[in-house]
Ligand binder design. Structure first.
Ligand SMILES: Cc1cc2nc3c(=O)[nH]c(=O)nc-3n(C[C@H](O)[C@H](O)[C@H](O)COP(=O)(O)OP(=O)(O)OC[C@H]3O[C@@H](n4cnc5c(N)ncnc54)[C@H](O)[C@@H]3O)c2cc1C
Length: 342
């Protein structure tokens, strides 16, 4: 049923929507199996929520802060495709705040960061793939045995035998609903409601505002997470750039608040948590509409062989960087098993 190449009937043209950790992992693994892979990314560069903002003295990780590597295949994959120099362990002093206000250390676990910024990993991974940036996939149209992809302006992006969507569920649902696949789209109604927004602020302080920890999960109505970005290994800036992440329900309430006001409110919350009164001398804010998924059924990945469409992403497998990798691996394994089973 596939539009196969003449030489090898099992090799396919595969389109991947999204160039975050899940899209790049799917892409590299499918390419390694010999398929022809094209990745479409709506943003200017690859990486998705592995993101960094440029600041005068370097860059600040504005999305994912660190990642775990519990899956023994994850680090070897990164070493092979991104290179050893693109990530390193972060021995940050991490703590969470108990309801009493006391700081408790995070459980011992290896945690890693991209160097010199989180996007170093996804930049390097994408260098091994055909990634078409600034292209938002709008819909898919079935033509005989293939899918024709269109961008949101209606421009054709080519014909593909299979399509893998790795966008967050709200964006994946839009694509499916616009492609005459309402039953697939409606399966995402529940996951859409589980992906929560997050306001992120990067603030630079003239002196150290908090010498005790490098990353803290806070008990504060506005502030969920704080990290001393400059404490991460390999950063260009050795100073006092801090990242402040708002909690999901606070962000939901302030989702339309102007960025400068959000920055002010989160810096005020940071003052309340740390007691540090000096204001920052530089701030940048970023609103994530789809930041982290909470709970719900997470089957790992979704593969619809009757449609030649697959879905992967963190929201299907634990909601974190490593979950995105796991989801991608699970999907590729199922696709591959289906293609070699007579
Ligand atoms: C503020 C914040 C803090 C976080 N902290 C951590 C942390 O400390 N540790 C951790 O492990 N995880 C953390 N995460 C979660 C982690 O970033 C994600 O789990 C992971 O990066 C998701 O990867 P993904 O590939 O599944 O999705 P994404 O990275 O979201 O990739 C999806 C891609 O699809 C693209 N896209 C969407 N629609 C279209 C379209 N129509 N056409 C083309 N492209 C499209 C998007 O632009 C995006 O690049 C955090 C996330 C946020 C936002």
């Amino acid at each position: 049923m596939f539009n196969q190449t003449a030489d090898n009937p099992s090799l396919r043209r595969i389109a991947i929507v999204g160039s975050g950790m899940s899209g790049l992992t799917v892409g590299l693994q499918l390419k390694g199996l010999g398929h022809t892979v094209t990745v479409f990314e709506k943003s200017r560069g690859p990486g998705g929520r592995l993101a960094a903002k440029r600041v005068p003295s370097g860059s600040v990780d504005i999305g994912a802060q660190y990642f775990t590597a519990r899956n023994p295949d994850f680090l070897p994959f990164l070493e092979k495709y991104a290179g050893k120099g693109t990530f390193t362990p972060w021995q940050g002093r991490l703590a969470y705040q108990a309801p009493s206000g006391e700081w408790e250390p995070f459980p011992e676990e290896a945690r890693f960061v991209g160097t010199p910024r989180m996007t170093a990993i996804t930049r390097a991974l994408s260098a091994n793939l055909n990634v078409v940036t600034e292209t938002r996939v709008g819909r898919l149209a079935r033509t005989d045995n293939a899918w024709r992809l269109y961008d949101t302006e209606g421009v054709s992006l080519g014909l593909f035998d299979q399509v893998i969507i790795t966008a967050p569920p709200a964006q994946a649902r839009d694509i499916l609903a616009s492609s005459g696949l309402p039953e697939l789209a409606s399966e995402l109604d529940e996951p859409v409601g589980k992906v929560l927004p997050c306001w992120a602020v990067a603030a630079h302080f003239p002196t150290s505002p908090w010498p005790h920890h490098d990353g803290m999960r806070c008990q504060h109505p506005a502030l969920y997470w704080v990290a001393h970005n400059s404490s991460k290994p390999g950063r260009e800036d050795a100073g006092q750039w801090w990242v402040l992440h708002a909690g999901a329900s606070w962000t939901q309430k302030h989702v339309d608040t102007a960025a400068p006001e959000v920055a002010e409110l989160l810096v005020e919350a940071f003052r309340e948590v740390t007691g540090f009164q000096t204001g920052p001398d530089d701030v940048v804010a970023h609103r994530w509409l789809y930041a982290r998924s909470e709970g719900g059924e997470q089957p790992g990945h979704l593969w619809y062989p009757q449609h030649d469409i697959g879905l992967a992403g963190d929201w299907l497998s634990g909601g974190r960087v490593e979950g995105a990798f796991d989801s991608a691996c699970g999907l590729v394994a199922e696709m591959h098993a289906a293609s070699v089973t007579p």
